[in-house]
Design a protein around this ligand. Structure first.
Ligand SMILES: [Zn+2]
Length: 214
């Protein structure tokens, strides 16, 4: 019998789900949320639960390889992407994934990254002490084969200069963001979503040449 999932980890996931749902970042049963546990374990949302109404029954434990401790339970379809971040970055304690309108629309029209520069909220990211900074947020093509998508993520990380930005977009799909704990991951997610919403607002008043906006 596997160890129970610590109460604090469940609380962090339930609360994150509520916050993300309040912002309309996890429509239907979209999104997934995880926390690193001691001993190479991860607590992650189960497949098919709405993130506004999570409870302890909606959270399960997997190994760093994504294998469920209880084989009768099905983890989120994208568990492999969470595990990939935990394996690559030992300091990561929480990973969040959401499907906002801004991250979906902007990633669909982006190339292989989205540049964000001059925003006060860039300070939400590590190593950027002032707004006078720029980041290139990676955009990866969507893929239902999660192992292949994770391999593409790792190939992108290999091309990026250190420190690796703690997040990326999947085209037409959503965002992944991580941090040392859930509060940090959510702060980065909120900062990123705010900047993407600003980019959306900017597009609607300054449509790009050839864009479909009137
Ligand atoms: Zn998703």
């Amino acid at each position: 019998m596997a160890d129970p999932i610590p109460e604090a980890a469940i609380r962090a996931i339930v609360e994150a789900g509520r916050r993300m749902a309040e912002r309309n970042w996890v429509p239907a049963t979209a999104g997934n949320i995880s926390v690193r546990l001691p001993g190479g374990r991860i607590a992650i949302t189960r497949s098919g639960f709405h993130k506004a109404h999570l409870d302890s029954g909606a959270v399960m434990a997997v190994g760093l390889d994504g294998r469920p401790e209880n084989p009768a339970l099905r983890p989120s379809a994208e568990t492999g992407l969470h595990c990939g971040a935990y394996r690559a970055f030992p300091e990561v304690g929480a990973v969040v994934h959401g499907h906002s309108i801004a991250n979906t629309v902007l990633s669909r029209r982006a190339g292989e990254s989205i540049g964000l520069a001059g925003y006060e909220l860039l300070k939400a990211f590590p190593g950027l002490p002032t707004h006078d900074a720029a980041i290139e947020l990676p955009v990866l093509d969507n893929d239902q084969d999660i192992a292949r998508l994770q391999a593409a993520v790792e190939a992108r990380w290999a091309r990026m200069a250190a420190p690796i930005l703690p997040g990326y977009l999947i085209r037409g799909h959503g965002v992944y963001v991580w941090g040392p704990d859930m509060d940090a991951a959510l702060a980065r997610l909120e900062g990123l979503e705010f900047m993407l919403a600003c980019e959306m607002a900017n597009l609607s008043i300054n449509p790009l040449p050839g864009g479909s906006a009137p």
